[in-house]
Design a protein around this ligand. Structure first.
Ligand SMILES: Nc1ncnc2c1ncn2[C@@H]1O[C@H](COP(=O)(O)OP(=O)(O)O)[C@@H](O)[C@H]1O
Ligand SMILES: O=C(O)C1=C[C@@H](OP(=O)(O)O)[C@@H](O)[C@H](O)C1
Length: 306
C-alpha cells in the first residue's frame, strides 16, 4: 500500500485502502492534525491487541533541512546539528538522483542504540518526500504503553520483540517510508524478511561515540542498559560492547553500510563527532545508490543463510 493512501486520510474517516479494507476492516481511523510524533494512531482491537495505522504527515512535501538543535544535550555534547548550505544542497541533489531508482521502496535504518537512526531517518524522509516512522514508537502505540522501558518491565523483552516483528511486517507492505528500527530488530531473521521488502541501511558508529551520545541523554529510555553499574558513559559503553559483538554479523546483513569512520576519513579527519546528521544522510544516499546500481552490497542474505 502506498503510505500516501493512508496518509491522505486527514480527518476522522473509515479506512478505504485495499490493505486496510482487508486487515483493519471496521476500525475508525482518526487524526487530530497532530505533530510528527503523532503520525500514527492506535486503531482498535483485533486479535485482542491494539493496531496502528498511519495518518497524514504534517510535512509531506520534500524539503531540505539544514539545522537541527539537539534537545536535552549536556554541555559536552551540546552542539547544533548545523549542516552547511553546501551539505544541504548536496543532500537534495543526491535525493533527486536516486528518487527514480528507489521507486518508492522503503528505507529501513538499522544500527545500535544511539546510532542516529531516528535523527538521520527524519532527514532522509524529508528530503525524499517519504514519511518517517520509528518502529519502537509504533510498538508503544500498539501495546498501549508509553515507553519501551515500561514494556520490558510490565511484559518482557520477548513480548516487545514479538510486537516489533508485527510492526515490521505491517510496514513491509507499504511504500515511501523511512523506518528507524529498534537496535535489536536485526537479531530476528524474520525481521530481515520484512525489511528486505525495502532497502536496509546500517548506521555503523564507533562504540565510544554511541556511548557518548547515550550518556548525554541518559539511559532511562533504553532498558538493556539499566543493569550495568557505573556512570552513564561506562554503563553504555560496557553493554554496547557486548551487544555489538553479539550483533555485528546481523547488522552486516544490511544492503548498505554507512560507516562514520569512513565518512570522517573522507573529510580528512578521524573525529566522527564532528559529522553532521546531514553529512551522514548524504553518505546513506550514496550507499543506497551504490546498492541500487549493483556497485555495492554488504551482504544480503548472508545472515539468513548463516
Ligand atoms: N551525527 C550525530 N552527532 C552527534 N549526536 C548525534 C548524531 N546523530 C544523533 N545524535 C544524537 O544521538 C542520540 C541518539 O540518536 P537517535 O537518532 O535517537 O539514535 P537511534 O534512533 O539510533 O537510537 C540523540 O541524542 C541524538 O541527538
Ligand atoms: O538494541 C536494542 O536491543 C534496543 C534498542 C532500542 O532502540 P534504539 O536503537 O532506538 O535505541 C529499543 O528498541 C530497546 O531499548 C532495545
Amino acid at each position: 500500500m502506498e503510505a500516501g493512501a493512508a496518509l491522505s486520510l486527514q480527518s476522522c474517516s473509515w479506512i478505504g485502502c485495499e490493505e486496510a479494507g482487508k486487515k483493519y476492516r471496521g476500525f475508525l481511523l482518526f487524526s487530530r492534525g497532530c505533530g510528527e510524533d503523532k503520525r500514527f494512531q492506535t486503531l482498535g482491537l483485533r486479535d485482542s491487541r491494539p493496531r496502528v495505522a498511519l495518518v497524514r504527515s504534517r510535512h509531506p512535501e520534500s524539503k531540505v533541512s539544514c539545522c537541527y538543535k539537539k534537545s536535552g544535550a549536556s554541555s559536552a555534547e551540546s552542539q547544533n546539528f548545523n549542516a552547511s548550505v553546501d551539505e544541504a544542497l548536496i543532500l537534495k541533489r543526491k535525493a533527486e538522483d536516486i528518487t527514480s531508482s528507489l521507486n518508492g521502496r522503503c528505507i529501513y535504518l538499522v544500527g545500535m542504540m544511539g546510532s542516529g537512526k531516528t535523527t538521520v531517518g527524519k532527514i532522509l524522509s524529508e528530503v525524499l518526500g517519504y514519511s518517517f516512522f520509528d518502529s519502537d514508537k509504533l510498538v508503544e502505540q500498539a501495546v498501549g504503553v508509553p515507553s519501551v522501558a515500561q514494556i520490558f518491565k510490565e511484559y518482557s523483552e520477548a513480548f516487545f520483540r514479538d510486537n516489533g516483528s508485527e510492526v515490521l511486517r505491517d510496514l513491509s507492505k507499504m511504500h515511501r517510508l523511512v523506518v528507524a528500527t529498534g537496535g535489536g530488530a536485526v537479531i530476528r531473521p524474520v525481521n530481515w524478511k520484512y525489511m528486505q521488502q525495502g532497502i536496509t541501511v546500517w548506521l555503523d558508529v564507533p562504540l565510544e561515540a554511541l556511548a557518548r551520545r547515550i550518556a548525554a541523554v541518559g539511559t532511562a529510555s533504553r532498558p538493556l542498559l539499566h543493569q550495568e553499574p557505573g556512570d552513564p558513559y561506562t554503563k553504555a559503553f560496557v553493554r554496547l560492547s557486548t551487544l555489538s559483538e553479539e550483533r555485528g554479523e546481523a547488522y552486516a546483513n544490511a544492503d548498505a553500510r554507512v560507516c562514520l569512520q569512513t565518512i570522517a576519513a573522507k573529510q580528512g579527519h578521524d573525529d566522527v563527532s564532528s559529522l553532521t546528521p546531514t553529512a551522514i544522510a548524504v553518505e546513506a544516499l550514496i550507499r543506497i545508490e551504490s546498492f541500487l546500481t549493483g556497485k555495492a552490497s554488504v551482504g544480503r542474505l548472508s545472515y539468513l543463510q548463516g
